[in-house]
Design a protein around this ligand. Structure first.
Ligand code: ADP
Ligand code: MG
Length: 305
């Protein structure tokens, strides 16, 4: 790699590819960089999952538009969403904060009420962290979870002709404040892996086009998306649903037969699942609309560089 390259030229994903290339693993690491959470040997029946997510003021939230409670909630929520995408159960968290000196104690207290509000729902224990002074508010949540060996779901595993499915609805997450208030899909992911054979899964943080592309790249497959099947959140445009991100829904693939079982059992399933597309040959994404339009789409979600 040319050391003179700028980060913009390498790009966020190029940088992560570089980290992956130079990382040295041992036998106990089943998955390292490139998954929503790292997967490490643990007990006879279970793997450990590790994930971390950092929120930075003015990038992931704005102090004027988010309450401290919401900031705390989102900080843990992002990491929980990554554990969900592996089919895991969250266990323990470390919370690190960088805080401008002028911040009031009350503000920090409310951030922690938000973290604990969500931690209580999923019985996550906060077992440590780090506290520092910073120019802008920064929160990082490192989360450990576990998953049964036979049930872990990776980005890899999507098969030709698999149905592509998504939970909930997509788009308009910033304006509607869903990105600050979402309940991570832990329970839904557990339900799915306990009742159906899920071939591949990722959580929707960067945006549908971008996150689906991660699955496609990992599996050397393509996808066709049926425009009218994408579930739009209230007031969301189709473009937002496709590219905007921070929906923190689950995107997964399964065989047509398993998708059929989901359809047949819809009454028993108490959260929305939409079938939005299909896995095909070739490493491209295509958008098909009922009007007959058929066009290639590029991944366009949020990038830091
Ligand atoms: P997600 O949106 O699911 O949290 P990211 O896009 O943040 O995932 O990261 C993609 C992958 O790259 C993950 O496996 C993550 O652990 C890894 N990763 C991201 N940043 C770094 C870094 N600075 N060093 C090592 N690994 C990283
Ligand atoms: Mg993720």
């Amino acid at each position: 790699m040319d050391k003179g390259l700028s980060l913009k030229e390498i790009g966020e994903f190029g940088l992560i590819d570089y980290f992956k290339k130079i990382s040295k693993l041992d036998r106990r690491v089943l998955r390292g960089i490139g998954e929503d959470a790292a997967v490490v040997s643990y007990t006879k029946k279970k793997y450990l999952l590790f994930t971390t997510d950092m929120l930075i003021e003015d990038i992931h939230f704005k102090i004027k538009e988010a309450t401290p409670y919401e900031i705390g909630w989102k900080a843990l929520g992002c990491s929980l969403s990554d554990i969900a995408s592996m089919g895991g159960r969250p266990l323990y968290a470390l919370v690190s904060i960088g805080v401008p000196e002028k911040t009031s104690f009350n503000f920090i207290r409310k951030i922690y009420q938000g973290i604990n509000g969500l931690a209580d729902i999923f019985k996550v224990k906060i077992v440590g962290g780090d506290t520092n002074r910073a120019e802008r508010l920064i929160i990082d949540v490192f989360l450990v979870g576990e998953v049964e060996k036979g049930k872990v779901v990776y980005r890899k595993g999507a098969k030709l002709n698999d149905v592509i499915a998504v939970t909930g609805s997509l788009g308009n997450s910033y304006k509607s404040k869903k990105h600050l208030r979402f309940v991570p899909r832990i329970k839904e992911a557990r339900f799915l892996i306990n009742n159906f054979k899920i071939n591949a899964m990722i959580d929707l943080s960067d945006g549908l086009s971008s996150d689906l592309f991660h699955i496609l790249k990992e599996n050397k497959k393509g996808a066709i998306i049926f425009k009218e099947e994408i579930p739009l959140s209230p007031k969301a445009s189709f473009e937002q649903a496709l590219h905007e991100g921070e929906d923190f829904e689950l995107l997964f693939t399964l065989t047509e037969k398993e998708a059929g079982r989901i359809s047949a059992e819809k009454k028993r399933i108490n959260f929305p699942i939409s079938f939005i597309g299909k896995i095909i040959e070739g490493e491209k994404m295509w958008l098909y609309s009922k009007k007959g339009d058929f066009k290639a789409i590029e991944p366009q979600g949020f990038r830091h560089f």
